[in-house]
Design a protein around this ligand. Structure first.
Ligand code: SF4
Ligand code: SF4
Length: 293
């Protein structure tokens, strides 16, 4: 099943047009994406997450600096001149794109000016039920939701606290809310016609036996593809190790019983620009004046 998933286009309309919804090697290498780092804050606290501003680390949660929505529009303008076959503009941090209005504001401006661009967002899903109509209205058509567990007890070790309606929730109260909102948000997004991928961080000892269950539940909610991402041991999970090749293979095989599996993920920065893993225009785009503030 794994082999099949990577050999055949899962989404013929997006194959070769959106690198992260393409399932063949050729399709993945054809189109470029631009990540706009406009979202400063996050509303949940993942134990592995260490957000940072720097120019060197190649991982999610990192950007050289934040952009304001107006600056982001200027960056898109420059990027369209600079980057061949730029078809996708996405927002994936450095915080959560739905924890503040910056991402939706940015998408609306870009969609008004360049309606042909595919707009893509990556979120933890906590605010998805509340914001999915706004995303849809702003022109977003591809959505990634990070779902690391569908069992609140397992999730409590991964995301032990969050902010919900101006209150802090801890433990099971937090994770029951998060999982319910993620599944509800996925179902609503599917109802609006968005194409939905799930990111699941594979965390040895915490959720490595739970990946099939995640895939089953999110598939039932309306997701179409899953991306099992090996943990980068950081922050409160710095004591864990990266999953081995065998563990990654097993997790992907468990997921493949329910969903197409995306296998080309490069764990990109929040300001990545180019074809994932092949070209990197971040420095050309922002110039040398780009430093953390
Ligand atoms: Fe970090 Fe993303 Fe988790 Fe927020 S949702 S804490 S930005 S990994
Ligand atoms: Fe695509 Fe993975 Fe990079 Fe996101 S982190 S843009 S899914 S390659």
């Amino acid at each position: 099943a794994l082999r099949q998933a990577s050999m055949q286009p899962a989404f013929p309309d997006l194959e070769g047009h959106h690198p992260c919804f393409s399932t063949t090697a050729e399709g993945h290498a054809k189109a470029a994406r631009l990540h706009l780092p406009v979202s400063p804050a996050c509303n949940i606290a993942c134990a592995f997450c260490r957000r940072d501003f720097n120019r060197v680390e190649q991982r999610p949660g990192v950007a050289a600096r934040l952009l304001k929505p107006g600056e982001a529009v200027a960056v898109v303008e420059r990027a369209l001149r600079l980057i061949p076959n730029l078809t996708v503009v996405g927002i994936a941090g450095p915080g959560d794109p739905l924890a503040s209005d910056h991402a939706i504001d940015t998408f609306a401006r870009i969609h008004a000016r360049w309606p042909e661009l595919t707009l893509c967002v990556s979120t933890n899903g906590l605010m998805l039920p509340a914001r999915v109509d706004d995303l849809h209205a702003a022109g977003v058509t591809t959505l990634t939701v990070t779902v690391n567990a569908v069992d609140p007890a397992i999730q409590a070790a991964i995301t032990p606290k969050l902010a919900w309606q101006r209150k802090r929730l801890d433990g099971l109260a937090a994770t029951e809310r998060l999982i319910a909102n993620q599944l509800d948000g996925i179902a609503r997004a599917a109802g609006l016609g968005l194409t939905i991928k799930i990111n699941t961080v594979l965390i040895p000892t915490l959720n490595d036996h739970h990946i099939g269950a995640v895939a089953e539940r999110v598939a039932a909610a309306g997701a179409r593809m899953i991306n099992v991402i090996p943990l980068i041991p950081e922050h409160q999970l710095a004591h864990l190790r990266e999953p081995t090749f065998i563990e990654r293979h097993k997790a992907r095989a468990a997921a493949a019983r329910h969903l197409k599996v995306f296998t080309h993920c490069q764990r990109c920065r929040a300001d990545a620009a180019g074809v994932p893993g092949l070209t990197d225009y971040t420095r050309d785009l922002y110039g040398d004046d780009l430093v953390a503030e």
